[in-house]
Design a protein around this ligand. Structure first.
Ligand code: BGP
Length: 471
């Protein structure tokens, strides 16, 4: 474990993050309509089953829908000053294309915000986190259709109008760059990957980018004090060898992710991206109005960070590892989690520096953590999890955030992913856990749903209390 006390700025936001579909449950309560997650019972490993299935763990998830009071009290006990959560689009617009929102859905998030306010915890709201309403997927094939821009704008406007006076920080789309790798989960696109053309996929990307900028424009009008961020899946890429060809392969691979931040911060498509489109024979439908909307740039850039990868131009050496949705070439110098995600704390410092140099916008680390199988044990008469592996992972990554701060990078805050155990996005199971709080629920759906503080709970409370000095 690395030990070195970094310096975190005063007012640095410390907390945790979840997504509605992975934590809430209550999938058909309060007037909620189905989202694509309600038919993705096997996460990324199986085809969607177009009917809610009883074996979909997300239908109950961690039952935050009924236990949010208890859960937010536990976050407060750890000293959270920020909590990142997403609003389930289909709670607010059950089909996605209605004229009027569902009041019961809106009222649920009022109550969540009440609890956060009671504990002085700043909300950080993701507007869309892999939760496209199922109706929009089935009727429009998700973001391939330009019509989704209008539906998303209406949804975002409702959120800004309703919660704008109590929510300052907003993220438009979770890991927006994952659309190119997981079109169903990220873009509600039901056309199977093998039949999906690049033309349609990139058009969907354009629609999401326009929608994201349109949300920023609406926020400026409705709730000018709001700070709007984009959210990117960060995976720093290293050359597998020192050859210039490998360095170039890294640059090209990086571009497929950086383009999303470039558009969000510069308000237009970069030349390297236009070249890719030309070379692939893709002609995007971009209107003058789209170009104008894209100039509404974000206030800050947020990202998830779990691992780094390598890249090489040598086809024989391209051994693709597990990767976080995006794949990537295995790095022989790094250890990996059970799911093959390679652990690289230094990569987080590198990502922070790269993004800061490139975009000159404040950065927010809104996801980081390690998925592991935890075992509930009794220690001194108390049920807990001795998750030293998690403490070590989080500690080493936070030390690198501190290093980046010392490098001069402006970092707004850090939210540990899945701060309470939730259903995993890629596996759709409970057994890949990230939490500092254990939830008694098993892959077969059994369990009391009771909450237990893991060893990392107390460790993180100390980190927050000392503003990082205890690392
Ligand atoms: C990110 C997603 C999250 C999340 C996390 C961990 O890609 O934004 O929703 O779950 O990765 O992934 P997993 O749950 O597959 O381990």
């Amino acid at each position: 474990m690395t030990t070195r006390a970094p310096g975190f700025p005063d007012g640095f936001l410390w907390g945790g993050a979840t997504a509605a579909n992975q934590v809430e449950g209550g999938f058909d309560e309060g007037g909620k309509g189905p989202s694509i997650q309600d038919v993705m019972a096997r996460g990324l490993s199986g085809p969607p089953t177009i009917a809610p299935t009883p074996d979909n763990l997300k239908h109950v998830a961690s039952d935050f829908y009924h236990r949010y009071v208890e859960d937010i009290a536990l976050f407060a006990e750890m000293g959270f000053t920020v909590y990142r959560f997403s609003i389930a689009w289909s709670r607010i617009f059950p089909r996605g294309d209605e004229e009027q929102p569902n009041e019961e859905g809106l009222a649920f998030y009022d109550r969540v915000l009440d609890e956060l306010e009671k504990h002085g915890i700043e909300p950080l709201v993701t507007i869309s986190h892999y939760e496209t309403p199922l109706h929009l997927a089935q009727t429009y094939d998700g973001w391939i259709s330009r019509e989704l821009i209008g539906f998303y704008e209406r949804y975002a406007r409702v959120l800004f109008e309703r919660y704008g006076n109590r929510v300052r920080y907003w993220l438009t789309f979770n890991e927006i760059n994952s659309l190119l790798h997981a079109p169903l989960m990220s873009g509600g696109i039901l056309t199977p990957r093998e039949r999906l053309t690049d033309q349609d996929l990139y058009q969907a990307m354009h629609h999401e980018l326009v929608a994201s900028a349109a949300a920023t424009r609406i926020a400026r009008e409705v709730t000018p004090q709001a700070e709007i961020g984009c959210m990117i899946l960060a995976m720093p890429t290293y050359p597998l060898s020192p050859s210039p060809d490998d360095a170039l392969a890294v640059m090209t691979a990086d571009h497929t992710n950086l383009v999303f931040g470039d558009v969000h911060t510069r308000g237009r498509y970069p030349g390297y991206f236009l070249r890719t489109l030309r070379e692939r024979g893709i002609e995007l439908d971009i209107t003058d109005e789209d170009r104008d909307i894209l100039t509404n740039t974000v206030d800050f850039v947020s990202f998830s960070y779990y691992m780094s990868v390598c890249e090489t131009a040598d086809a024989d050496k391209r051994i693709v590892g597990a990767g976080n949705i995006m794949g990537g070439v295995h790095n022989p110098t790094l250890e990996a989690s059970e799911w093959g995600w390679q652990i690289d704390p230094v990569g987080l410092r590198i990502a922070l520096n790269q993004f800061w140099d490139r975009w000159q916008k404040p950065l927010f680390v809104v996801e980081n953590g390690i998925g592991a199988r935890d075992e509930l044990v009794e220690t001194n008469g108390v049920l807990t999890v001795e998750d030293d592996y998690r403490i070590s992972y989080l500690n080493d990554h936070l030390v690198q955030v501190g290093e980046a701060v010392a490098d001069g990078v402006e970092v707004m805050g850090y939210t540990a992913w899945g701060c309470i155990d939730i259903v995993s996005a890629s596996t759709a199971q409970m057994s890949k856990r990230y939490g500092l709080i254990y939830v008694d629920r098993n892959d077969d759906g059994t369990g009391t749903l009771d909450r237990y503080r893991k060893k990392s709970f107390g460790w993180y409370a100390d980190v927050i209390r000392t503003n990082g000095a205890s690392l």
